[in-house]
Design a protein around this ligand. Structure first.
Ligand code: GAL
Length: 442
C-alpha cells in the first residue's frame, strides 16, 4: 500500500482542553457547586465532587500522559472563586498553585492556553448580580489583571471567556445552567456584559503583556433549517445564527452589538481579538416547534449525519466543521480550534470522529485558512455540567470512584497524529479502515 500523509504547518499546536470546575475537584465556592446541591438540577443528582482531582495534584500524572502522547500544548482554565474567594480578598496560595501547574505544563514542553472564565462564577459575584450586573466588566478586568500578573512568565496565549454564547443561552434563556433563568432579555443583557468584560480584559492583558495573544473561545454551531421548504424554520435559523454564532465575532471585530431587532455600536470592543478561538462539536438542524416552550419554541438537534453520539448530543458532521472554519476565516484572524470532540464511553465512534475532523481541519489549512492549533475535548473524562458524569469525552477513561485512568484507543491515535504533525494513510488504515477509501481515494 502506498504511503501518504496530510501534514500540518511547523509549530502547529496539538493539545487537549480542560476547565477548572470540570477537573479540579473540591470547588465549593462557585455557582456550579451551589447548583449541584439543588435537587433536580444535574442528571441523576450527580456532583463534580473530586472531579479528576487535579487540585490535590493529579494534574501531574495527567500532564505526563498528555506530554508522553506527543501533545505540545494544553488549554486549561483558572477558577475565579479560588483566586478571589470574596470581594477584595485575593488568595495568593491559589495563585501559587496555578503557577506550579502552569510551570509544570511548560516544563513538559506544552504551550499553555489559559482561559480566565469557563462557566463557573464565584458565589459572591452571583450575590452581586453576576453577569446581569454591568459592574461585572470592571470586576472581571481586575481579576484578569491579577491572573495575568501571576502567570505572565509562562503564558502569552489567553482566552478571556469560554463560550459566552452557551453561558448566556443555557443560564439565562433555556435555564439548564445556573442561575436557571428563562428570559431572552436577560440572556442578551448577559451577552452584552460579556462583550464589555472581554474588551476591558483584552486591553488590560495587553497593557501588562504587549506580546500577548488574546481571544475567546466561541461555540460555533452551524445551523440549517430542519425543513428547507419551511419559511418559519428558515427565519428561525437566520435569527439563531445571528444571535448565537455571529453576535460575539461581530462585536469583537466591527464593534457592533447586533441584537435580533436592532444594532448598537460598541467602539470599545472593536478589534479586541488577536485570534478566533472556535469550539466546534456538531451542526444542528433547527425547527420551530410549538411543543417546546422551554426552548423558546425551537427544536435543535444533530440531523442528517451518518452517526450520532451515545446520548444523542453530537452528530459526527465533519462537513459542518469545515463550513465553520470557512465562515470563521471571514473575520481575518488566525484561528485556533479551542475544543472539538465527542462523548463516547466505549470509543466506538471517537476514532472516526477524530480522523474525519482532523482531515477536514487539514483541508481547511490546505486552502489557506490560517489555523494555528487544535485542542481536543478532552484529556480525561470529566464532569459534564448539567449532564453530570453521563457523557465521556476523555481520551482516557476515568473511574470516578477510584480515580484510576485507562487509556482509550483514540488516545494512541491522537498521539500518533500529534507526533506526526499530521494524519497518515497508515494511521487511517489501522484505526479506521472503513474510512480509508473516503479519506485516501485511489
Ligand atoms: C463545551 C464546553 C466544555 C465541555 C464541552 C463538552 O460546550 O466548553 O466545558 O463541557 O462542551 O460538553
Amino acid at each position: 500500500m502506498a504511503q501518504a500523509a496530510f501534514h500540518f504547518p511547523r509549530g502547529f499546536l496539538w493539545g487537549t482542553a480542560t476547565a477548572s470546575h470540570q477537573v479540579e475537584g473540591s470547588n465549593t465556592n462557585n455557582n456550579w457547586w451551589a447548583w449541584e446541591n439543588e435537587p433536580g438540577r444535574i442528571l441523576n443528582g450527580q456532583k463534580a465532587g473530586l472531579a479528576c482531582d487535579w487540585w490535590s495534584g493529579r494534574w501531574r500524572e495527567d500532564f505526563d500522559r498528555a506530554a508522553d502522547a506527543g501533545q505540545n500544548a494544553h488549554r486549561m482554565s483558572i477558577e475565579w472563586s479560588r483566586i478571589q474567594p470574596r470581594p477584595g480578598i485575593w488568595d495568593e496560595s491559589a495563585l501559587d498553585r496555578y503557577r506550579d501547574i502552569v510551570r509544570g505544563m511548560v516544563e513538559r514542553g506544552m504551550t499553555p492556553l489559559i482561559t480566565l472564565h469557563h462557566f463557573s462564577d464565584p458565589l459572591w459575584l452571583v450575590e452581586q448580580g453576576g453577569w446581569e450586573n454591568e459592574a461585572v466588566a470592571e470586576r472581571f478586568e481586575t481579576y484578569a489583571r491579577k491572573v495575568v500578573e501571576a502567570l505572565k512568565e509562562y503564558v502569552t496565549l489567553w482566552a478571556t471567556i469560554n463560550e459566552p454564547n452557551v453561558y448566556a443561552v443555557m443560564g439565562y434563556i433555556v435555564g439548564n445552567f445556573p442561575p436557571g433563568k428563562t428570559s431572552i432579555n436577560a440572556g442578551l443583557n448577559v451577552m452584552t456584559n460579556m462583550v464589555l468584560a472581554h474588551a476591558r480584559a483584552y486591553r488590560a492583558i495587553h497593557a501588562i503583556q504587549p506580546q500577548a495573544r488574546v481571544g475567546l473561545a466561541l461555540n460555533v454551531t452551524p445551523m440549517i433549517p430542519a425543513k428547507s421548504w419551511s419559511p418559519l424554520d428558515r427565519v428561525a435559523v437566520s435569527v439563531l445564527r445571528r444571535v448565537y454564532n455571529e453576535f460575539f465575532p461581530a462585536a469583537l471585530s466591527a464593534g457592533k452589538l447586533r441584537y435580533p431587532t436592532h444594532t448598537r455600536r460598541i467602539p470599545e470592543a472593536k478589534n479586541t481579538q488577536d485570534y478566533f478561538g472556535m469550539n466546534y462539536y456538531t451542526r444542528f438542524a433547527c425547527a420551530v416547534d410549538l411543543r417546546m416552550p422551554r426552548q423558546k419554541f425551537i427544536r435543535y438537534a444533530p440531523e442528517n449525519c451518518d452517526e450520532i453520539s451515545e446520548t444523542g448530543f453530537i452528530g459526527n458532521d465533519p462537513a459542518g466543521f469545515y463550513a465553520a472554519l470557512e465562515w470563521a476565516k471571514s473575520f481575518g484572524l488566525p484561528i485556533i480550534v479551542t475544543e472539538n470532540g465527542v462523548e463516547d464511553s466505549n470509543d466506538n465512534l471517537r476514532p472516526r470522529y477524530l480522523v474525519q475532523h482532523i482531515h477536514q481541519l487539514w483541508r481547511a489549512v490546505n486552502i489557506g485558512i490560517p489555523i494555528k492549533g487544535y485542542f481536543h475535548w478532552t484529556l480525561v473524562d470529566n464532569f459534564e455540567w448539567e449532564r453530570g458524569w453521563s457523557q465521556r469525552f476523555g481520551l482516557w477513561e476515568l473511574d470516578v470512584e477510584t480515580q484510576a485512568r485507562r487509556k482509550r484507543p483514540s488516545a494512541d491515535l491522537y498521539a500518533e497524529i500529534c507526533q506526526e504533525n499530521g494524519l497518515s494513510s497508515e494511521m487511517v488504515a489501522r484505526y479506521t479502515p472503513q474510512l480509508f477509501e473516503q479519506i485516501f481515494p485511489n
